[in-house]
Design a protein around this ligand. Sequence first.
Ligand SMILES: [Zn+2]
Length: 232
Amino acid sequence: MFPFGFGFFDPTMILLVPSIILAMYAQARVRSTFMKYLRVNSKKGYTGYQVARFILDNNGMRDVPVEMTRGQLSDHYDPRRRAVRLSNETYHGHSIASISVAAHETGHAIQHANGYIPLSFRNAIFPVASFGSSAAWIFIIFGLIMSMPSLLDLGILLFSAAVLFQIVTLPVEFNASSRAIELLDEGGFIVSDEREHSRKVLNAAALTYVAAMATAISQLARLLLIRGRRRN
Ligand SMILES: [Zn+2]
């Protein structure tokens, strides 16, 4: 993947194997769980849009728009525009998957409005983390090729910002999902046995964030190992 081995097999790559397997498993599971619950219509029959709009209005956020966005599983909350964006399937759909995702994204909007600390922290480090995740490799590769430890260290420091971002993402995501279940319950959008189905959808999505964090941490561990070997 990266020229750390300079043409030879780099044994530190083994560190990445568990997280790669976890990431592949998480991707497969999120797809299959979504496909399953996209076909299960919620008993009350509200659409994702209706659920999001009702929850926002009910929480004094009439000014937060619910917009449609392209692509599959592209649903998100945009903290800069203060907008909830739902994919076509979520926006128009009235399946368990659609309303669960809609409530989850609305959960992020409520976190933002309430000044939920992990989200504020995540938004604050986002610029450094997004720069770090792409620029880090340039410093790391040049640091290794030119044998300049300070460049390598700078690269590792930048990459650490990206790792920190992945770690802070976890409480933000888990909190939005637990809020979502409560909001669906309180709003009367789901009946008792649907609570468990909704949780399955949101847990599958959360696993992809756990996998992303595990991948980032094992990459960092690998970089530190390479750094240590270079020093000796
Ligand atoms: Zn989320």
